[in-house]
Ligand binder design. Structure first.
Ligand SMILES: Cc1cc2nc3c(=O)[nH]c(=O)nc-3n(C[C@H](O)[C@H](O)[C@H](O)COP(=O)(O)OP(=O)(O)OC[C@H]3O[C@@H](n4cnc5c(N)ncnc54)[C@H](O)[C@@H]3O)c2cc1C
Length: 331
């Protein structure tokens, strides 16, 4: 079972996007037991600075095409190049990061190859299906996150899926495949470039969940934007990051960048403190794999307590100031 992973770089840092590394490892766990290889496909103005990382997580070859005209996203050009790369490899599985670029390119390729694509998968595994042998099972939330749908593509190849950053875990131990870079040749057609980029203004990232060991999140129960300062103060005191439920974002207590959950970020900090968050499935989808979860909620029946390692039943406006006082006294 051969897998292809769409490899992307961060245009600001010039390094691989984490999701590319995460999907390389995921593809390896799918393909390797069935004696299949993992091949990366990349196109851009220059290779990412740290492509070696991919080989440490199970990639056996990286096909790449570099051209100065590909500094920015040109959907049609990318579609032609990646489609050719995929056709030349005849893979069983193709995985895309559910990034802006991945969301743009993957459907174009799936429709050209006349195959299925499951977006925003949260689980991927291989199992037998009737007389079709081993196929890829693609699991994703559906109907507003209230059910998990398992989607299959038994009759067409490749089986395509996209996954958001942070969803697939990386192992502690690394593999060490030899680095094998393979330039790909294609007749680049000028007509594939349909737009001209006059200037690019990078979005300033206000939230860094990736490197936060502790996240303090506030929900609708915080009550007001004014009261949300308690969440920020606790996050500051713990040198952590500020998270929010969608309800807190919708009420204007916090900006959208802070949202955690199915339609926000997926996080796995060492400690997640959920304050005034009920724990609906769409929120849990973004945080339930945190190593330790502490929940503060005045309703002892709140579903968040079902997944919390420690629960504090009470009013957050009284509990957080006590925590802050304690942290201050302890230095
Ligand atoms: C398609 C779809 C996608 C979604 N995506 C997301 C997502 O990415 N992230 C997300 O979070 N939600 C998402 N939602 C919304 C989700 O279903 C919930 O509505 C939301 O998570 C509720 O947020 P909350 O827990 O802050 O608010 P509520 O459910 O209103 O809970 C507030 C909690 O605060 C407690 N409380 C009240 N006052 C206090 C107090 N003084 N002290 C302590 N506790 C108190 C209450 O007991 C209650 O449990 C999505 C929904 C849909 C349909």
């Amino acid at each position: 079972m051969k897998s292809i992973v769409f490899i992307e770089k961060n245009p600001v840092s010039g390094k691989l996007r984490n999701v590319s590394i995460e999907l390389t490892h995921k593809a390896y766990t799918l393909s390797n037991p069935l004696k299949g290889e993992v091949v990366g496909i990349f196109a851009g103005d220059a290779l990412p600075g740290n492509t070696d990382e991919l080989f440490r997580f199970g990639m056996s070859r990286l096909l790449y095409f570099t051209d100065a005209r590909l500094k920015h996203l040109h959907s049609i050009a990318f579609k032609h190049i990646f489609e050719e790369m995929i056709r030349s490899e005849e893979p069983d599985i193709v995985l895309f990061g559910a990034t802006h670029t991945g969301r743009d390119i993957a459907p174009l390729i799936a429709s050209s190859l006349k195959t299925g694509l499951t977006a925003d998968c949260t689980q991927l595994y291989i199992e037998d299906y009737k007389d079709k042998g081993k196929i890829l099972y693609q699991v994703r939330p559906a109907f507003g996150g209230n059910i998990l749908a398992t989607i299959i593509t038994p009759d067409n190849r490749p089986m395509m899926a996209s996954v958001r950053e942070g969803v697939m875990l990386l192992p502690e131990e690394h593999l060490n495949h030899p680095v094998k870079m393979e330039p790909f040749t294609i007749d680049f057609n000028e007509s594939w470039v349909k737009s001209e980029f006059l200037s690019v203004i990078p979005k300033v990232k206000k939230v860094d969940f990736g490197s936060a060991n502790i996240i303090v999140s506030g929900g609708a129960g915080v009550g007001s934007a004014e009261n949300f300062r308690l969440i920020r103060e606790l996050a500051n005191a713990l040198k952590g990051e500020v998270g929010a439920s969608r309800a807190a974002v919708d009420f204007g207590f916090a900006e959208k960048d802070h949202q955690i959950g199915q339609t926000g970020s997926v996080v796995r900090p060492k400690l997640y403190i959920a304050c005034g968050i009920s724990g609906q499935i769409q929120h849990r989808a973004g945080m339930e794999e945190s190593q330790k979860i502490i929940a503060i909620n005045k309703d002892p029946e709140a579903p968040i307590f079902n997944i919390a390692h420690m629960g504090i039943v009470g009013d957050l406006s009284e509990i957080i100031p006590v925590m802050l006082r304690y942290l201050k006294e302890e230095g």
